[in-house]
Design a protein around this ligand. Structure first.
Ligand code: PLP
Length: 362
């Protein structure tokens, strides 16, 4: 069986153990005599899968009891509308930090429903840093303050100790590309959300963690399917949920737990990222594109400075068993997405290949 090192930004590599377990259970789950894909979402088998997924996620992320965990559809992009529809219910104002394309999309969508203000932006330098902010610029009566915690395309992140201090204004964090990768204090947020397809499972499910007091105050015209209250009241089963995607998430949660939980995952991720950044920082050919203090643990963009060499690198790396190292078109160069499921062997293989490429082309 052929397996490559898959550095895709998303959908991304899943742990091999998870894929193997899913393949064992593909045709008949437990003694149900059917696949998870074939069973009713109201069956006791699926109810158990959903409850187990929820409770494992709660445990792994250390989510306090006053938060609801929802498994929704529509991708993280649907949250860009769902958040303003549900949260813009008082001053009708929200603050945004523009740290990349996804943060900009969240801002553009909110502008359709209320007054959205840009507190800071790093667009002047191709989003290569996280801007410093001054609390006095924040809107004191905003209904929420939105950040993209890890910027998938540009490779920056808000570290757990550099989140903006928003006081009573609920902080909303897009954690699509760094969920379960590092320990964050959930109680600092009003909402976190993440499309599953990078660090948690297949596409098709988006996990939303929302503080309970923020639920139920949506705008009158909010479509039923976009109300947090409907999904909370119906335990994510108001309509048919993405059952199979939720099941794979459950297997991923078990895998993270077996490795020692998110703190253990964080230690592994830091070791993997450090190794790669150290090599890049000492290389004569490759250069990182992000200021060191804001570097992501998950997405590592780098360039050679020559479009021809970048293209050659991507082409040759494929031949060496590494896929999806081409950078996003807005940054160019290369990007290695090294999510939880990327083993250390993948990092070592990449670095060895980079060394050889450097010797041959520097
Ligand atoms: C940080 C971030 N937010 C949002 C999205 C959009 O997610 P979806 O495709 O699930 O709507 C992505 C997708 O790559 C992302 O990386």
């Amino acid at each position: 069986m052929k397996r490559v090192f898959n550095f895709s930004a998303g959908p991304s590599a899943l742990p091999i153990e998870v894929l193997q377990k899913a393949s064992e259970e593909m045709v008949s789950y437990g003694d149900s005599g059917m696949s998870v894909m074939e069973m009713s979402h109201r069956s006791s088998f699926f109810t158990d899968i959903l409850e187990e997924a929820k409770s494992l996620f709660k445990e792994l992320m250390n989510i306090p009891d006053n938060y609801e965990i929802l498994f929704l559809q529509g991708g993280a992009s649907t949250q860009f509308s769902m958040i303003p529809l549900n949260l813009l219910n008082n001053s009708n104002k929200a603050d945004f930090m523009l740290t990349g394309s996804w943060a900009k999309k969240a801002y553009s969508e909110a502008k359709r429903y209320g007054e959205a203000k840009v507190i800071a932006s790093s667009e002047d330098k191709t989003f290569s840093y996280i801007p410093k902010v001054d609390k006095k610029d924040f809107t004191a009566d905003a209904d929420y303050f939105h950040i993209c915690v890890n910027n998938t395309i540009y490779g920056t992140r808000f570290k757990p100790d550099t989140l903006p201090e928003t006081g009573n204004v609920p902080l909303v964090g897009d954690m699509s590309s760094n969920i379960l990768s590092e320990v964050y204090d959930i109680s600092k947020f009003g909402i976190i959300y993440a499309g599953a397809q990078k660090n948690m499972g297949p596409s098709g499910v988006t996990v939303v963690v929302v503080r309970k007091d923020l639920i139920g105050k949506e705008k009158d015209f909010t479509p039923t399917m976009l109300k947090y209250s409907i999904h909370a009241e119906n335990n994510s089963c108001y309509n048919t949920p993405p059952c199979y995607s939720i099941y794979i998430c459950k297997l991923v949660y078990e895998w993270v737990k077996n490795l020692g939980g998110v703190a253990a995952m964080e230690a592994i991720n830091k070791e993997k990222a450090q190794k790669l950044y150290d090599y890049i920082d000492n290389s004569k050919l490759f250069k990182g594109t992000v200021v060191p203090e804001d570097r992501s643990l998950m997405n590592v963009p780098f360039i050679t400075g020559s479009d021809e060499l970048d293209a050659l690198f991507v082409k040759e790396s494929k031949k060496a068993g590494m896929e999806n190292l081409k950078g996003h078109r807005s940054v160019g160069g290369m990007r290695a997405s090294i999510y939880n499921a990327m083993p250390m062997a993948g990092i070592d293989t990449l670095i060895e290949f980079m060394k050889k490429f450097e010797q041959e082309n520097a």
